[in-house]
Design a protein around this ligand. Structure first.
Ligand code: NAP
Length: 249
């Protein structure tokens, strides 16, 4: 029997990168998956097609998860199509590295509105839809929440906030058997890190030099950990941050 047979999962920001890999791995273990995206319909449809052609169940749902009304619509659609919710992966996030002198209110609000407020509002709606048996919320944080590299004060602060939210909500929702954990990845090769110029950069070389396992990660390094946190294999784990970084701290 597959680990997530009969479970329903929402993965935010699943049209590419880490979210796409998590959606595919959850589906391969038997979960029906809502593949959320903001603007890349083509990417989300491709993820759904891959899942379906492998014998799984998935739908793509557009929603900007920095906006309360759109988040509500995402869960209404999930309820309408699949009838319940068991797993919520808060993956959608943006990262911009600016030195102190270049930080603007816009840079701050853009990242905090999605990475922190969006994650909280999505958890709020998700928690309403979990059934009597509980559920699992998996927040995609980052190693930067504690590594705090230079030029990343705002982004690192969003992920430190995600770690605090994870621990607080784990205490608040434990009595309903809703577990809340984070995965804190190191640098991962994704569409986003390619676009940000990080994959070809000296920063990547520095990170690899500091990483005991000597390489940056791939989305497939993260996705099985999300399956673990979604499944009953982690039934007694809540409020934890799982660093998946090749040993980088
Ligand atoms: P990515 O390749 O840039 O993909 C981002 C995904 O999020 C896309 O599916 C995008 O959808 C979606 N998204 C963006 N804004 C959204 C919004 N407002 N509403 C709904 N979806 C939205 O990103 P990634 O590198 O895989 O990173 C994913 C997560 O992992 C982020 O939270 C990031 O902070 C975290 N993380 C990444 C790394 C890394 O090195 N890559 C390391 C640590 C942590 P559209 O394509 O439709 O815009």
């Amino acid at each position: 029997m597959k680990k997530l047979e009969g479970k329903i999962a929402v993965v935010t920001g699943a049209s590419k990168g880490i979210g796409a890999a998590i959606a595919k791995h959850l589906a391969a273990e038997g979960a029906s998956v809502v593949v959320n995206y903001a603007s890349s319909k083509e990417g989300a449809d491709r993820v759904v097609d891959e899942i379906v052609s492998d014998g799984g169940k998935a739908i793509a749902v557009q929603a900007n998860v920095a906006q309360k009304a759109e988040i509500e619509r995402l869960f209404e659609k999930t309820q309408q199509v699949f009838g319940k919710l068991d797993i919520l992966v808060n993956n959608a996030g943006i990262y911009e590295n600016f030195p102190l002198e270049d930080i603007t209110e816009e840079h701050f609000h853009k990242q905090f509105d999605l990475n922190v407020l969006g994650l909280i509002l999505t958890s709020q709606q998700g928690a309403k839809h979990f059934g009597a048996t509980g559920g699992s919320i998996i927040n995609i944080s980052s190693v930067v929440s504690t590594l705090t590299p230079p030029n990343s004060s705002v982004y690192s602060a969003t992920k430190a906030a995600v770690d605090a939210v994870t621990k607080s909500l784990a205490k608040e929702l434990g009595s309903r058997n809703i577990r809340v954990n984070s995965i804190n990845p190191g640098m991962i090769e994704t569409e986003g890190t390619h676009t940000a110029g990080m994959i070809e950069s000296d920063f990547r070389k520095q990170i690899e030099a500091q990483t005991p396992l000597g390489r940056i990660g791939q989305p497939q390094d993260i996705a099985p950990v999300a399956v673990f946190l979604a499944s009953s294999d982690s039934a007694w784990i809540t409020g934890e941050a799982l660093y998946v970084t090749g040993g980088l701290r």
